[in-house]
Design a protein around this ligand. Structure first.
Ligand SMILES: Cc1ncc(COP(=O)(O)O)c(C=O)c1O
Length: 441
């Protein structure tokens, strides 16, 4: 296994001043690598190793690292004298809002935040204000950010979640300390692809909102069954809860309007982040006008507070406009390219896995894919936790990093192809995977 002496030195230094040595604890993984540069489909570490990158910083770099079109837009907004004024509006934020409303059917109007977590937090608060109810439904195996309502039930080990529950709800398993017990009682985790459990919770509690990724993309690629998202829409109408579709990972990566648009389902509120600005920090909350207008309700007791010193900062705002412009160019060239490479990757992987007689499936949506070492594509986290070979997945990821292919070294994490990836990158990656899996016997 390679060593990373310069990375180790930086980690040693940073640990003295930063708990864990990293600025987001999700980044604390082995091997400890400090990256120094990213360009297109590649990243370099401080020790000079180059990797074909499929992590994409947890998925925002859909055009590739430091995409020149986006970089030019950022440089030009900085040179234009634009600043963060913190008073009034700007032309830029209006331009971005119009672009998004034009392309996202669910977004009659939008607001801007800095991170996906801020946006999902505001969406839930809007839902509670609109419905005057407090309970929410979340997905076992979903991730919607770090705040109290949603920091739960992500990759819960099988022995902790216990037997499959349907119809019914799973216990709230926090992924953070410090969430008040009373708050936990308001949050009801259910399985993805399980409408009966949503109905079960709605019959027991006054539900303000259900928040779900349209594809579970924080545990690989778990797609909705045919009719599942439509079913959620119907249940939202029947039980008068707000349907929040969290497109922070799926949005713009699978299509400009988000995956809900592809599925033909219109949520009440929708949240975007990550790929919307190709790596710059901005998130978008959009939705039905009557809900969004709660931010400016004339009665202060009904008004939802939306505030943020850095909201719609000119740099990420310009980056988002440029990213969307790039995505719209040449009649969907970006999407055609990543779909072609995604198919190439899937075909190559399926051949390798079949030739080696491995029990495995490749799950993919466009540019996002993962290998599940089990005999079928999982329908929810419980299925995945019960059947996937986590050890083999983890070992493969670690070995690939040593071979110059960066799959994030946590089993089941999604791999992301970008517009900057080439046929050669895919061929190199497949070659490394074939050699490694063959060697692992
Ligand atoms: C689906 C989803 N929602 C929300 C978030 C939170 O976004 P952020 O990390 O920008 O706060 C993430 C982050 O990974 C995510 O994948």
């Amino acid at each position: 296994m390679p060593t990373y002496p310069k990375s180790a030195e930086i980690f040693r230094h940073n640990r003295r001043f930063i708990p864990g040595g990293v600025a987001s604890l999700n980044r604390a993984v082995q091997p400890e690598i400090a990256f120094a540069k990213g360009e297109g489909a590649h990243v370099w570490d401080l020790d000079g190793n180059r990797y074909v990158d499929y992590h994409a910083a947890f998925a925002p770099h859909f055009l590739g690292h430091n995409d020149p079109y986006v970089t030019d837009a950022v440089m030009s907004v900085l040179r234009s004298g634009a600043s963060l004024y913190g008073s009034g509006t700007t032309e830029l934020e209006g331009q971005l809002a119009e672009l998004i409303c034009r392309h996202v059917p669910a977004a009659e109007s939008v607001q801007f935040l800095n991170t996906g977590s801020e946006a999902t937090c505001q969406a839930i608060r809007l839902a509670r204000a609109a419905t005057q109810k407090d309970h929410i439904i979340v997905m076992q195996g979903g991730y919607n950010g770090w705040h109290n309502d949603v920091a739960c039930n992500l990759m819960t080990p099988l022995d902790v979640i216990g037997p499959r529950v349907s119809s019914g709800e799973y216990p709230f398993i926090p992924i953070s300390a410090g969430i008040p017990r009373q708050h936990q009682e308001l949050v009801h985790p259910v399985n993805f692809n399980d409408l009966a459990s949503v109905e079960y919770v709605c019959q027991k509690h006054p539900v303000a909102a259900l928040i779900a990724e349209p594809i579970l993309q924080n545990v690989g690629i778990i797609k909705p069954d045919v009719g599942y998202l439509e079913g959620l829409r119907k249940l939202a109408d029947k039980y008068n809860f707000v349907l929040i579709i969290d497109e922070v990972k799926t949005g713009f990566r699978h299509g400009i309007g988000g995956y809900a648009k592809i599925a033909g389902v219109t949520p009440d509120l929708v949240v975007f982040g990550k790929a919307v600005a190709n790596g710059y920090p901005i998130a978008v909350l959009g939705g039905k006008k009557d809900l969004m207008d709660l931010f400016v309700h004339p009665e202060s007791s009904k008004r939802v507070l939306l505030a943020g010193t850095y909201n719609a900062h000119p740099v990420p705002t310009a980056a988002a406009i440029a990213t969307i412009e790039r995505l719209l160019m040449n009649d969907g060239e970006v999407y055609r390219h990543v779909e072609r490479l995604g198919q190439e990757m899937q075909d190559g992987l399926e051949k390798i896995l079949a030739d080696l007689g491995l029990k495995a499936v490749v799950a993919r949506q466009g540019s996002a894919f993962c290998i599940y070492f089990m005999d079928h594509g999982p329908k929810d986290w419980h299925d995945l936790a019960a059947n996937h070979d986590f050890g083999l997945d983890q070992d493969l990821r670690l070995a690939l990093i040593a071979r110059g292919v960066y799959f994030f070294p946590t089993a089941t994490k999604q791999c992301s192809i970008s517009f900057a990836h080439t046929d050669d990158d895919i061929a190199f990656t497949l070659e490394q995977i074939e050699q490694q899996l063959s060697a692992m016997g």
